[in-house]
Design a binder for this molecule. Structure first.
Ligand code: NAI
Length: 261
């Protein structure tokens, strides 16, 4: 059993979900964010920390055996912001984890690392990355850093390329990319509990019809999604005109990152 799980980005949408959902699954949840968090309850520790502050992150990871690394800018943004939070922040986290002897990290990557692949292609962990945004590039950095830390130091990582994790799918694209909060939680639990994962790249999506991504290589986890976007299809298709995007990343693949240039 995980003794002390550090959750970065604990104040965000997924972090708040995990805070309730993992209660009782780990001995101590150490919750951290750059933003204010609700005070610690039983079995919790709350630490405010900017991931870009190396010394603070080193202190943060001490005594933890696993990390769920959610802390990041989670949308397309200017490079300087991504550099601090996602690139420097993830480097600081891996260095701190190595020094603390952390066994395993679940890294919240994104489907946007392969967002320039066409709709209609089925991707898996061996598909070339084609990031659709600077945000996607920042997560590619995290995936490669994780690879290095496994090969060099044996620090295990699951790079979880999350689809769209919201209470409900909001548009046509999410009919394919939706990951229900319940399935997200059960996937995180499987990744925490698996005896050995090494360096693992997998996608996070519910059992939606016509999947874009295959996780066949991760069957050993025994994870089975419970939900599907299908019950939401009719309402979304009625409400929304047909999606014109040709790329899996949707809007992020078409929006100009350097607006005005
Ligand atoms: P969110 O934006 O709601 O939460 C991210 C949290 O990270 C925020 O609470 C923010 O304050 C914190 N943070 C940002 N910069 C920080 C810094 N420098 N130091 C410490 N904390 C910092 O995002 P959400 O939806 O909870 O996503 C969690 C993770 O999962 C993110 O890494 C995101 O990129 C990834 N992800 C989420 C998806 C989704 O559908 N929700 C889809 C794909 C990836």
């Amino acid at each position: 059993m995980t003794t002390r799980l550090l959750v970065t980005g604990a104040g965000g949408a997924l972090g708040r979900h995990v805070r309730h959902g993992l209660k009782g699954c780990v001995e101590v949840l150490r919750l951290s964010d750059i933003a204010d968090l609700a005070p610690a309850e039983d079995g919790e520790e709350v630490v405010r920390c900017d991931l870009a502050d190396r010394q603070a992150v080193e202190d943060l990871a001490r005594d933890c055996d696993t990390v769920l690394h959610l802390g990041a800018i989670s949308v397309e943004a200017d490079f300087d912001g991504l550099l601090q939070a996602n690139i420097l922040g993830t480097y600081n986290l891996y260095e701190a984890a190595r020094k603390a002897g952390v066994r395993r990290i679940i890294f919240a990557s994104t489907n946007h690392v392969t967002g320039f692949h066409r709709i209609g292609e089925t991707l898996d962990h061996t598909s070339p990355r084609r990031p659709d945004s600077l945000y996607g590039v920042s997560k590619c950095f995290g995936e490669d850093l994780a690879r290095l830390y496994f090969d060099k130091y044996g620090l295990e990582t699951a790079c979880l390329r999350i689809g769209s994790c919201f209470p409900e799918p909001k548009n046509r694209r999410m009919l394919f990319t939706w990951l229900s909060p319940r399935d997200f939680l059960s996937l995180v639990r499987s990744l925490l509990e698996a005896p050995a994962i090494g360096y693992l790249v997998l996608y996070g999506a519910s059992a939606n019809r016509r999947a874009w991504w295959s996780n066949a290589h991760a069957d050993f986890l025994g994870w089975r999604p419970m939900d599907s976007s299908e019950p939401f299809r009719q309402a979304i298709e009625r409400r929304e005109p047909a999606d014109v995007s040709k790329c899996q990343g949707g809007r992020l693949a078409t929006v100009k990152t350097h607006a005005g240039d």
